[in-house]
Design a protein around this ligand. Structure first.
Ligand code: HC0
Ligand code: SF4
Length: 573
């Protein structure tokens, strides 16, 4: 420990702390912009400058280490002036179209300009206009709004270990881009959207699909069905000022009905169906000497990562389509037949916490009826924008239920939304199928938690299933390397591209970096998911009445020929 003084306040802090960490602990406010705890600590924006007694120039608190006897001043005239000038310089070279920016109201730059009382910009930047990169179906890059904070670079490089974006050129010409300035669509980007989550401004955002969906809703000839992913219901409320971790399932359903969708369904039903198919696939591979470990296939960012970087594992991937794609395929076949609707006139919208789902929906192999299984994907943020545009008072909405006859879902379907959930849901079913016994305690806590890689051995009758869970692509990579070099052996692996699973997807509400420093967002959203699971009367996928009916009336049995045709897919090397 060392003794330091910040603004006259004496404190003791660990000797490996930075000045910023010490100040935060002492409750002293220092503004930051490029700083992203544990991910981007590079002192680039110089918003956090402070005076350190004995040092000639001002120091960036986020990278300056504490030392015994250090005296720091965070709020002198000199410090305030320097921060203001730095901010004005950033703003001088920024496209300041705040009124029409998707991040207006949730922009860290806008907030700083307000906090630092910047009322004029005295400098003229170079303001080089650069073209938008909007060729990716998932992520739009707007270099004119970029403030070169490099948060996106370090998330992509270190959290996801993908590393497709970097700083090109120097000085005013510096631009965050890909190698040779290609579109994100033309490099090995997984479309996970974690860079969007890290961006403090509107330089990275999702490809907007709200117009396409409004158009479909207005088309009298279209039967427009919507399904909502498990993770959306525990985060959508944040866009309307509700606390992180609030469950808004019923309000979300009401809002979707008010927007004019003909049917409002639950992707959790698709998740239950996935468990039937994937659980059966696992049992068959174990019994018949098939390729193991079986690896889950529901996270499209993970699938794209596997196709680009680990093609040797493609045969390990479950052939199951992801739940929302399965559900879309069922809507345009079974449900369309049942309702007497031509699938050509059906428009399926998925509301997802994920940007990679936009890319997934466009994959041409995902079209069981001859038409795309899913026509448009909205992120949680886009749905919030539509609700606001429609003038709906979301917070005061009453609750509604998902529609029949496809509206039943189980707690097993809900927990898909958090890391470890697909594994737990599968094991709830696989245990009962293999042992013929009832699983009394459905909460398989060994696979829960937020450790990057988790392992479990589950007794199922005469055998033990060795399972592993990884979330975030750097963790996925680490786990796959261990499997590849024979260090680890498993029967079943769950991989989710985003750290925390879908609850922390690239399409979820964006929580400012400062709030993320204090609040464990993943933990709060995950606990809301587990509460929702506990609140449901049925918690095992194979007990879902809608899924049972689907097999009786249409699919016959899990992994049947028809099920394979409609619910399964293949991958590209
Ligand atoms: Fe997920 Fe899904 S759980 S990927 O994370 O499997 O996006 O929430 O909808 O499809 O169900 C996302 C979330 C889904 C799918 C489901 C899976
Ligand atoms: Fe990297 Fe994911 Fe952003 Fe692509 S979407 S640039 S992989 S962080």
């Amino acid at each position: 420990m060392v003794n330091i003084t910040i603004d006259g306040k004496k404190i003791q802090v660990p000797k490996d702390y930075t000045v910023l960490q010490a100040a935060r602990e002492a409750g002293v406010e220092i503004p930051t912009l490029c700083y992203l705890k544990g991910i981007n600590e590079i002192g680039a924006c110089r918003m956090c400058v402070v005076e350190v007694k004995g040092a000639r120039s001002l120091q960036a608190a986020c990278v300056y280490p504490v030392s015994e006897g250090m005296e720091v001043i965070t709020n002198s005239e000199r410090v305030r002036r320097a921060r203001k000038v730095n901010l004005e310089l950033i703003l001088s070279n920024h496209d300041r179209s705040c009124l029409t920016c998707v991040r207006s109201g949730n922009c860290e730059l806008q907030k700083l300009a307000e906090d630092l009382n910047v009322k004029q910009i005295r400098y003229e930047g170079e303001n080089i206009r650069r073209p938008l990169d909007d060729f990716s179906p998932s992520v739009v890059r707007d270099p004119n709004k970029c403030i070169l904070c490099k948060r996106c670079i370090n998330v992509c490089r270190n959290v996801q270990e993908v590393g497709v974006i970097n700083a090109n050129y120097r000085g005013f010409r510096t631009v965050i881009s890909t190698a040779f300035d290609r579109s994100l669509n033309d490099v090995a980007c997984t479309m996970c959207g974690q860079c969007i989550q890290a961006c403090p401004v509107g330089a990275l955002r999702e490809k907007d699909s709200t117009d396409i969906v409004w158009k479909a809703l207005a088309d009298k000839n279209k039967y427009v069905v919507v399904q909502a992913a498990p993770a959306v219901r525990v985060a959508l409320g944040e866009e309307f000022g509700l606390p992180i971790g609030t469950r808004v399932t019923g309000k979300m359903v009401t809002a979707l009905k008010m927007l004019g969708f003909d049917k409002v369904f639950d992707t959790d039903t698709g998740a239950d169906l996935t468990i039937m198919e994937e659980g059966t696939e696992l049992i068959n591979r174990i019994k018949n000497g098939g390729k193991l470990p079986l690896i889950t296939s529901c996270s499209p960012g993970w699938i794209k990562f596997c196709e680009h970087y680990f093609p040797e594992f493609l045969d390990n991937l479950s052939t199951c389509k992801s739940p929302h794609e399965m559900f879309g395929a069922i809507l345009k076949t079974y449900f369309a037949q049942k309702m007497g609707i031509d699938p050509a006139n059906m428009f399926v919208v998925s509301v997802m916490p994920c940007t990679a789902k936009k890319f997934e929906a466009q994959r041409e192999e995902l079209a069981a009826s001859g038409y795309p299984d899913v026509d448009a994907v909205l992120t949680t943020r886009e749905l919030a924008r539509m609700i606001k545009e429609a003038g709906i008072d979301f917070v005061n909405l009453p609750d509604s239920h998902f529609d029949d006859p496809m509206g039943d879902a189980t707690g097993a379907g809900v927990i898909f939304g958090t890391t470890g959930g697909v594994m737990e849901a599968a094991l709830r079913t696989v245990y009962e199928v293999l042992t013929g016994k009832t699983l009394e305690n459905v909460e398989i806590t060994q696979v829960r938690g937020l450790e990057g890689i988790r392992e479990a051995e589950i007794d199922v009758g005469t055998m033990k299933i060795k399972a592993a869970v990884a979330h975030g692509l750097a963790n996925a990579k680490k786990l796959l390397e261990m499997v590849k070099n024979g260090e680890k052996e498993y029967h079943f692996i769950e991989i989710m591209a985003c750290p925390g699973g879908c609850i922390m997807g690239g399409g979820q509400p964006i929580v400012p970096a400062k709030v993320k420093e204090k609040v464990d967002v993943a933990k709060l959203r995950a606990s809301a998911i587990y509460d929702e699971d506990r609140s449901l009367p049925i918690r095992k996928s194979h007990e879902n009445p809608a899924v049972k009916r689907l097999y009786e009336e249409f699919l016959d049995h899990p992994n049947s020929e028809k099920a394979h045709h409609i619910l399964h897919t293949h991958y590209k090397k």
